[in-house]
Design a binder for this molecule. Structure first.
Ligand SMILES: N#Cc1ccc(Nc2nc(N)cc(-n3ccc(CO)n3)n2)cc1
Length: 287
């Protein structure tokens, strides 16, 4: 389902940190193009040994991202297996994860954040059209390919990263710690991910983006996080009512049963300049 890359064609440069189940490195992959050797800068994502049993899920994530292509989906070149090492080879995205970028205190404008929100909405809209569930939407999995420079009028450009290990393979505590990004229904049935789950996570990620990368419920322990869902709590509303409404429509405890909010772009000019709108869709029998 995806391209196998020879281990000897990869070269490791510096470590760029630690994902939850993987270590990431800058590196290069060597391939032959029109008969000559070419080195491409890549991101090497190495699944750590103790999670060896979820390597299929790790690679499933990769194949999901490599079966379809979209401007705001990360390009995965392929995978490489060498002994106990499972490596996903991705395009190198210049500025890395959005949550760290925002936390690093880059003060960005509201329109910068709106651009990022629209790009994420269009990536999710695309996945929804293909009926593909991502399952791990959060600012940590948004990668910044272009910073955007307000003085030059250039806007940021993001890519949605792979979802990583499927939530069905994760311990309950790991899933609890993903509150409030993980949809409530996932806690009961982690192997039944639906598009609704991505809509819920989209709401939490919007909250993150407009709160400068600060994690919602930061520092809460697992019991308090569990209670947050058990008592149907909502995140502190943004001062922009439209944003607060959109987030609460996405993070709607009842949505699973009574209908859903569909995020789409009202794009009268058809040139992707349209506004991000949320359309409440009731299920057919409720029209
Ligand atoms: N300092 C710095 C710096 C770090 C990383 C990149 N680039 C990059 N490219 C990718 N394809 C994926 C990632 N990721 C980072 C976290 C995750 C979570 O999955 N991915 N980072 C660029 C600069």
């Amino acid at each position: 389902q995806f391209h196998m890359i020879k281990y000897e064609d990869l070269k490791w440069d510096e470590s760029l940190g630690q994902g939850s189940f993987s270590r990431i490195f800058r590196g290069t992959k060597m391939d032959i193009r029109d008969g000559e050797k070419r080195e491409t800068e890549v991101l090497l994502k190495e699944l750590d040994g103790l999670h060896k049993n979820c390597w299929e899920s790790f690679f499933e994530a990769a194949s999901l991202m490599s079966q379809i292509s979209h401007r705001h989906l990360l390009l995965v070149y392929g995978v490489s297996v060498f002994g106990a090492k499972n490596i996903m080879v991705q395009e190198f995205v210049k500025y890395g994860a959005l949550d760290l970028y925002l936390k690093r205190g880059r003060s960005v404008s509201v329109s910068w954040k709106l651009d990022v929100a629209k790009q994420l909405a269009s990536a999710l809209n695309f996945l929804e059209e293909k009926n593909i569930v991502h399952g791990n939407i959060c600012a940590k999995n948004l990668l910044l390919a272009r910073e955007g420079d307000p003085s030059q009028g250039s806007s940021p450009f993001i890519k949605l990263s792979d979802p990583g290990i499927n939530v069905a393979f994760l311990d309950k505590d790991v899933i609890l710690d993903r509150i409030p990004w993980v949809a409530p229904e996932v806690l009961e049935a982690p192997d039944n991910l639906t598009l609704e789950c991505d809509k819920w996570s989209f709401g939490a990620t919007l909250w993150e983006i407009f709160n400068n990368g600060n994690a919602p419920l930061r520092g809460w322990d697992l019991d308090r996080k569990r209670q947050f869902y058990e008592t149907f709590q909502q995140l502190p509303p943004s001062q922009w009512t439209e944003l607060a409404d959109l987030i609460s429509q996405c993070m709607d405890y009842q949505a699973g049963n009574f209908g859903s909010v569909e995020l789409c772009r009202y794009d009268p000019l058809g040139d992707n300049t349209g506004e991000l709108v949320a359309v409440k869709k009731l299920q057919p029998n409720k029209q």
